[in-house]
Design a protein around this ligand. Sequence first.
Ligand code: NI
Length: 177
Amino acid sequence: MAVRPVVIWPDPRLREPIRKVERIDDAVRALYQDLTDTMFAENGLGIAALQLGDPTAMFLVEAKLAGRGENELPVAFINPEVLWTSEETEETEEGCLSFPEIYIKVDRPLRAKVRALDLEGNTFELEGEGLLARCLLHEYDHLSGKLLVDFAGPLKRQMIKKKLQRRQREDAAEEAV
Ligand code: NI
């Protein structure tokens, strides 16, 4: 149980192929705990396991956003699949814990329905609209290595790369002091 460092783009671990969960064991539960702790520490609405450098097919969404009680723990989506998305879309600025302080306008379906396993191994479905749909689709994208930067043009992509690499160097220098 720990807050772990979030993998920042362009780290290649964000594009690693994922592994489906065969059995929900202690390792999966421990990963869920680390994802929860890290998501809370970073004030994220969602987080995917690949963002901790772990290729397990799992992401989390903040409880209230996912329609649960305010003080509940984040909802785990294990081996998720997108069942349906609306034709109607919405374009809004989007952020990601792997792209600190970067925001990109992304056009996404307004509604989406996802099926996944919960931590008890039960199948559940969740349909969301607006921010919830956006969060579900954003986290689902992570599992196939699709990232926020893929929605940007080549010039903006270069700019983001320089900015994040500079930030990484500054962080490393600070740690060395
Ligand atoms: Ni993200």
